[in-house]
Design a protein around this ligand. Structure first.
Ligand SMILES: [Zn+2]
Length: 335
């Protein structure tokens, strides 16, 4: 069963299986849906099934032939994989030219050509334009899969109109739970917390499974609950923690984004507690602190802070300088 490594998304699989049966597979797809729900994993499995040389029923790769092994290793000559380099703001035009060239070549193993492009929301206008001819006049049998973000909103309309959009929904909690257990996470309290905070994303749950992060969450709670809030101290600790994530800009951005989601979760819990609704993440003593915070600043301001933190998350995504984002947010909260 080759699709075992894909969790959920049976609906999407059925759509592809039906298109395959009717020989009506498209040549360009845009996968959209929350980060970490398995869009890339699905694309890889689909590519493997398309390239397999001893396919079982329908779109099932055999998992044993040479083509399957090459696809698994990412070295199949007819499979092109590309993503935005860590340090780059967008997908470099040279990479897109390489991809276009790949799709225009004859299949090396006699099957078809497949390309999977991650971070497809980060196409530059120039790269998107270079794409258009490939999208309009694809070589026979070639398939291009663009992996986008949560929604198609950030994609160029010219690209969007030439792709079939496939939507991946958040995974059911049970699927996230099973996956985490499979990864060897067996602490019941932690499992429960991760699943509740994951929003149906395995990637998000795994990103949150980090002791350092939960320790920092305690620091964050203490800083936000202080009266008055020390904006400078908060920003300094926050920036240090983000820097500790690693040398790569990508690692730091990912950590900055996870911290923002922890903060948003915390503030949402404060709103809940102050309205008599049980918190989603906070436990006993934390809930008491959050309740005091809510009484002091009021729900309206808490909601404004949540908006501000969500805005900061968008800025992290748009590659605004991290220190500036954190300082501005700490200032806004302390004011
Ligand atoms: Zn095979």
């Amino acid at each position: 069963m080759s699709w075992d490594r894909v969790r959920g998304h049976d609906d999407v699989r059925r759509v592809f299986a039906a298109a395959w049966r009717k020989e009506r597979l498209g040549h360009a797809y845009l996968f959209v849906g929350p980060a970490g729900v398995g869009k890339h994993t699905f694309a890889r499995e689909l590519a493997r099934a398309l390239l397999c040389e001893s396919r079982k029923s329908e779109l099932d790769a055999c998992g044993e032939c040479a083509a399957c092994a090459l696809a698994d290793a990412g070295t199949h000559p007819d499979l092109f994989l590309a993503s935005r380099p860590e340090e780059s703001v967008d997908l470099p035009i040279d990479l897109i030219r390489e991809l276009i060239e790949h799709l225009g070549l004859k299949p090396a193993r006699g099957g078809r050509k497949v390309a999977i492009l991650d971070d497809a929301d980060d196409l530059s206008a120039e790269a998107a334009n270079a794409f258009l001819k490939t999208l309009e006049e694809p070589s026979p049998g070639s398939i291009l899969i663009l992996i986008g973000g949560a929604t198609p909103d950030r994609q160029f309309p010219t690209v969007l109109s030439r792709c079939q959009v496939v939507t991946f929904r958040p995974l059911p909690s049970a699927a996230v739970f099973e996956h985490l257990k499979g990864q060897g996470i067996d602490d019941a309290g932690r499992l429960d917390r991760l699943v509740r905070m994951a929003g149906g994303s395995i990637g998000q749950a795994l990103a949150l499974n980090d002791d350092a992060l939960w320790q920092f969450r305690a620091t964050l709670l203490e800083a936000v609950a202080a009266d008055p809030i020390d904006a400078f101290g908060l920003a300094t600790k926050w920036n240090e923690f983000v820097e500790d994530a690693g040398k790569e800009a990508g690692q730091r951005r990912r950590r900055a984004s996870v911290v923002l989601r922890l903060l948003i979760g915390m503030l949402q819990d404060a709103v809940r507690v102050s309205n008599g609704v049980p918190p989603l993440v906070a436990d006993g003593p934390e809930a008491t602190v959050l309740n005091r915070l809510a009484e002091r600043v009021g729900t309206d301001r808490l909601l404004a802070w949540i908006d501000r933190a969500a805005e900061a998350d968008v800025q992290v995504d748009r590659k605004v300088q991290l220190e500036l984002i954190v300082e501005a947010l700490a200032d806004a909260v302390a004011r």
